[in-house]
Write a protein that binds this ligand. Sequence first.
Ligand SMILES: Cc1cc2nc3c(=O)[nH]c(=O)nc-3n(C[C@H](O)[C@H](O)[C@H](O)COP(=O)(O)OP(=O)(O)OC[C@H]3O[C@@H](n4cnc5c(N)ncnc54)[C@H](O)[C@@H]3O)c2cc1C
Length: 468
Amino acid sequence: MSVNSRKDVVILGAGLAGLSAGHALSKAGRHVALIEAGSTVGGMSRTVVGDGYRFDLGGHRFFTTDKRIEEYVKKLMGSEMLTVPRKSTILLRGKYFDYPLKPLNAIFGLGGITTAKILLDYGLQRLKNWPAGKARAVSLEDRVVRDFGRALFNLYFKEYSEKVWGVGCDRISADWVAQRIRGLSLGVAVKNALFKVCGKDLPTLADHFLYPSLGIGRIAERLLEGTGERGTLHADTRVTRVYHSDGRIERVEAHNHKGPVVTEGDEFVSSIPLNTLVGMLVPEAPWEVRDAAARLRYRDLVVVAIPVDRETATDQSWIYFPEKSVPFGRLHEPKNWSPLMAGEGKTVLVAEYFCFRGDDVWKARDEEIVETTIVHLEKLGFVDRKTAEGGQVVRVPRAYPLFEVGYIEHVTRIFEYLNGFSNLHAIGRSGMFRYFNMDHAIESGLDAARDVLGKTPVPGEATPPAVA
Ligand SMILES: Cc1cc2nc3c(=O)[nH]c(=O)nc-3n(C[C@H](O)[C@H](O)[C@H](O)COP(=O)(O)OP(=O)(O)OC[C@H]3O[C@@H](n4cnc5c(N)ncnc54)[C@H](O)[C@@H]3O)c2cc1C
């Protein structure tokens, strides 16, 4: 077994959360080891380079309401960052609608009867909520029906949510909805339409976003470059055990192609999936903590990129497909995000299949998935088979934490235990089991760095330096 040199901070996982922590800590003078199972950095926010094209694992726009994080990323990326207009549609009952729904577009597209039914249902639901206030919602279904009425739930939320999550809307936690669909209420949509007429905008429905000209993976690459000599990346190295004693993490054991390797450190920052971390602890966590970890599930993703011999195939950022007749849930065309994502006269379409590991699509041969994707892209009118040939498939395990009813109790139980370790910092989307976008993942890494710096000040430094 080989042993790495001891580090001030050992970081598990080099996605955006781990890299942000590493970047901030190394800039503040700490020596960090980043241990990453993948062969490149970036985790879910990486860009795959194909033959003459590039694509993200599902289009990744950078958008944040936190000015501090926005400035941090803009400074990091400099002139690489483009400002890109967002234009998305959703296929409902065979017609494309703006996404998020815009009232006029919805009214004309859905027809008078459906629109009247939605508005009537919405009005009745508001009356029902009025005397006693809104009833407590447990599931996504409760929450959306309570707030928008059943007609809109059936039309707009049910199918897509069930496609994304793979479980019924009555099993998805309402707590998750609270974070997620704030910007989709009819009220906000109406206000947005009115303000747009007046030339103003509402922050919840951003219609522009930031994007690096060579793909989202550049943010991770820049963060790694910025860690400099004080940061050591161990790629293709999977952590398998986390040893602890007396309320402190002491070392981690990982495996790479040469065999096991041990890394010791003073502080440990983990962005690997929360339940994986619990399962790696030696001595093992108490039974109820392992049981809570075993109950947390993730949704997996198969991403399929189809190169096409055309300048562009759509004019959209994303297109959403709730209907079961289309096997993938979402499509994006990277060239609409940055012209550098494919060569001249070429483009690439990227389809996302939401699934669980073990589902047919996960197990299917790559050629079969590529063929199915081309067949459906042709049916939808985006490609002509003569211009689309071959493709690339990437399987993304644990793409989405699955927020099933009751998940908060399990997560709380796990953190009650993990918080007992004085030198362990859990960060990131899978690491904290939170619905984090990139800005939140970065923020969690910077927060962990600040915690570490606060605990171990450099002699002569009165307060920990600001990291962002
Ligand atoms: C399809 C899709 C679309 C998205 N679109 C957007 C978007 O438009 N805008 C946005 O802001 N966000 C988007 N996100 C969310 C964004 O991808 C995440 O918030 C962000 O990448 C999370 O970063 P992280 O570092 O927390 O986690 P991760 O990226 O998951 O990083 C964790 C790292 O840990 C590594 N790891 C795991 N286990 C081990 C182990 N045992 N040993 C060593 N390393 C290990 C992994 O390989 C990975 O690199 C999207 C996510 C998905 C899935």
